[in-house]
Design a protein around this ligand. Structure first.
Ligand code: ADP
Length: 259
């Protein structure tokens, strides 16, 4: 397998708060990996550093074994809350995104059209993005992230905000995309991770606490002793409010952190 991305001791501090704390991992080409962790764990910050939008305080990101000053042409990024210019049509917006990501201006319109067809917005490409529903916006966000055919696709909580139908549509698109590119996507919902991949990076309070297959992580935390090792009374108190993660016996491994 070819190594696509190598992340070494990546750290981001805001004042004394280490939001990402010495994170190291590698991604092989053609793989799908879920960056999982509760809200506030540092997922967005980590993805933003990989996308070149946030400058790391320390650490190194190697893309195909080389440090790259501008990796944006090789990377597609879908932010958690994608923003569009509401007065532009979906086609205008996607073409603009294509050009900004380095697609030749003679090809950008065609590529934008093809990509909008792919994400199921073929009939809506002449509509202004300001009229789009949440699900359509998420698919448009995906279109701008993939229009330049990136080698690495970074997706920040791509389905968390969607209703079941929107979620299904985006999941199906991601399954098609995984044939063509390498995907790293964040989620705080284990089911969403599970559906796409068995490879997990598990972030807790800015630190990478697990890196491996879901099965191995599950096995490790199947030991109930670990579940009652809280860091403090405060953490134990918050345990009750861990949302859906605490409910399912299978999913209890994720209750090791409360948000
Ligand atoms: P996640 O995506 O896992 O929810 P984030 O990366 O958004 O986590 O945030 C991790 C922590 O970093 C949070 O405590 C958040 O408040 C803090 N944080 C994120 N961005 C900034 C910033 N620009 N300035 C200060 N703190 C920040």
């Amino acid at each position: 397998m070819t190594q696509l991305l190598q992340v070494k001791t990546l750290t981001k501090s805001y004042g004394s708060h280490k939001v990402a704390d010495s994170i190291s991992f590698e991604l092989e080409k053609g793989t799908v990996t879920a960056l999982i962790g509760p809200n506030g764990a540092g997922k967005t910050t980590t993805l933003s550093m990989l996308a070149g939008l946030v400058t790391p305080t320390e650490g190194e990101i190697l893309f195909q074994n080389k440090p790259k000053a501008d990796i944006r042409a090789s990377i597609g990024f879908l932010p958690q809350y994608p923003k569009f210019f509401p007065w532009l049509t979906a086609l205008e917006f996607t073409e603009m995104a294509a050009r900004l990501s380095g697609v030749d201006t003679r090809k950008s319109l065609d590529e934008a059209k093809k990509t909008l067809e792919f994400v199921g917005l073929g009939d809506a490409m002449k509509k202004r993005t300001g009229t789009f529903s949440g699900g359509m916006k998420q698919r448009l966000g995906l279109a701008q992230a993939i229009v330049h055919k990136p080698e690495l696709l970074l997706l920040d909580e791509p389905v968390s905000a969607l209703d079941p139908m929107g979620r299904r549509q985006v999941m199906n698109l991601l399954k098609e995309l995984q044939q063509e590119t390498t995907i790293l996507y964040s989620t705080h919902i284990l089911n969403d991770a599970e559906e796409m991949t068995n490879q997990l990076l598990f972030l807790r309070k800015g630190a990478l606490v697990e890196n491996g297959s879901l099965d191995s992580v599950r096995e490790k935390y199947a030991n109930p002793r670990i579940l009652i090792e809280f860091e403090s009374n405060d953490e134990a108190d918050r345990f009750g409010a861990v949302s859906s993660w605490a409910f399912n016996k299978e999913r209890r491994l994720l209750v090791i952190d409360a948000t």
